[in-house]
Design a protein. Structure first.
Length: 202
């Protein structure tokens, strides 16, 4: 069974981030990416983004890098930074400030780069320019069976209340200043350490 985070090396140790560990067997077939929706803002300041959600909840959303064509990114609550596939970064001509070898599990070294002031925009909204980590995602693409432009996590969750609508295949971004939770679930305090969300458990 394929998994979004089933890398042959420990990316969490490599980049201090936790990738999705959700099964993505339903995402193995390459899908044609639909065009980004036009700007959609409700009176409450909610941005609704088109998404592709695999049967086991592996979530893909579209975004533009530096005014690029729409690209598919994995949405991952454990990703503490913007991660861009090196193949995509090269095709977009992203400027990097050098390269380094970083270690994963065992003795394997992985080459990574960094790109500064990268714009990241969705349908109708954006987040502030990011410093992105550039790394090859070939192994991850092979695991999930589709092209992946990168992974987005904390930079998005830090600016919006993110609601995942599984039934409608949408990801809704709420203005934190206006959002009020009215569901029946329990509110659990979060501790943010190095851009990683953590909860206390017994």
């Amino acid at each position: 069974m394929r998994r979004c985070g089933a890398w042959p090396f420990n990316l969490a140790a490599l980049l201090s981030m936790v990738l999705l560990l959700l099964s993505c067997a339903g995402a193995q077939t390459q899908q044609v990416a639909p065009a980004l929706e036009k700007k959609s803002v409700s009176e409450n300041g909610v941005f609704s983004l088109p998404a592709q959600i695999a049967p086991e909840d592996c979530i893909f959303i579209q975004a533009r890098i530096n005014n690029s064509e729409p690209l598919w990114f994995i949405l991952d609550t454990g990703a503490n930074r913007l991660l861009i596939n090196s193949r995509v970064a090269k095709s977009l001509g992203l400027k990097t400030d050098g390269r380094t070898n970083v270690g994963g599990a065992g003795e394997r070294l992985i080459e990574a780069q960094r790109a500064n002031d990268v714009s990241f925009a969705f349908a109708g909204t954006s987040i502030p320019p990011q410093t992105a980590t550039i790394i090859a995602l070939d192994d991850l693409e092979e695991e999930v069976g589709r092209e992946i432009a990168g992974i987005i996590g904390f930079p998005l969750f830090n600016h919006y209340v993110v609601e995942i609508d599984f039934a409608k295949g949408k990801v809704n971004l709420h203005d934190p200043a206006r959002f009020r939770y009215e569901g029946k679930g329990e509110v659990v305090p979060l501790l943010i350490e190095n851009n990683h969300p953590r909860v206390m458990a017994r």
